[in-house]
Write a new protein. Structure first.
Length: 249
């Protein structure tokens, strides 16, 4: 699929609570990709699967605690929401030395979980925006993906699957290869900054397109085609596009 709901890992050795977490995620709109109850299995999953988000208990089975797993896998840059009964300064401060995205003390409910996940992802997106502005895309937590919120949940979209970004008033519409669409409240300028390092070119005040998605270009009549969609080329962007095409040739 071109757009995916986030892949969650639950690390929890209390079976009843682990199942409850899965049910809460489902109520919010997400699915847990994997559920494990010990540190060994958690590490194996993290090193062999594409995990976007971890719901981590601290006191789990195995040689390592949840915090030690977080510290050991810090280089993977996967955000961790700790959900634990250990509500004290010592554990909270230790958790901060990992990729801690939040810290919830049991018991929790759907709304506290959803709020914590939303806040964590929003903070990541703000961090990405700052890093894009400073041209350090290689440091991204989710460097090949953008995330769009639709019906209260975040969807992961591979940047290479985006074909067109169309500006409209104070939002943009993002078109994907599979004909899905997402609305974003980012400006066209912000989207251009986000995508400029990924083979996207601005061809019109209202259009940004992926170079690889272009099927034909009519320079004489100043338009190009992506599938059945006809996109205008503005006069001041025409020369830039011609130079780019000549360079690719």
């Amino acid at each position: 699929m071109s757009n995916l709901v986030l892949n969650f890992l639950i690390v929890e050795d209390d079976l009843l609570f682990a199942v409850e977490l899965e049910m809460l995620l489902q109520e919010i709109g997400y699915e847990a990709t994997v559920r494990v109850d010990n540190s060994s299995d958690a590490l194996e999953v993290l090193y062999s699967n594409e995990i976007d988000f971890i719901l981590m208990d601290i006191d789990i089975k195995g040689k390592l605690s949840g915090i030690e797993i977080g510290q050991k896998t810090r280089h993977l840059n996967i955000p961790i929401l700790y959900i634990t009964s250990l509500g004290n300064d010592e554990h909270y401060e230790a958790a901060q030395k990992s990729n801690m995205a939040g810290y919830l003390v049991k018991p929790i409910d759907k709304y506290s979980l959803r709020t914590a996940i939303d806040l964590a992802i929003n903070n990541i997106l703000l961090s990405q925006k700052y890093k894009y502005a400073n041209n350090t895309a290689d440091e991204f937590i989710f460097e090949q993906y953008l995330f769009f919120k639709k019906r209260r949940i975040y969807h992961k979209v591979k940047i290479d699957d985006i074909t067109i970004v169309e500006g409209a008033d104070d939002y943009v519409q993002v078109y994907l290869k599979n004909d899905n669409k997402f609305l974003s409240r980012k400006t066209m300028r912000a989207m251009e900054n986000l995508l400029s390092l990924h083979r996207f070119v601005r061809v019109h005040r209202s259009y940004l397109v992926h170079i690889d998605a272009i099927q034909s270009i009519d320079f004489q009549n100043q338009k190009l085609f992506i599938g059945d969609i006809e996109i205008p080329i503005s006069r001041n962007r025409k020369k830039q596009l011609e130079e780019l095409v000549n360079k690719i040739d």
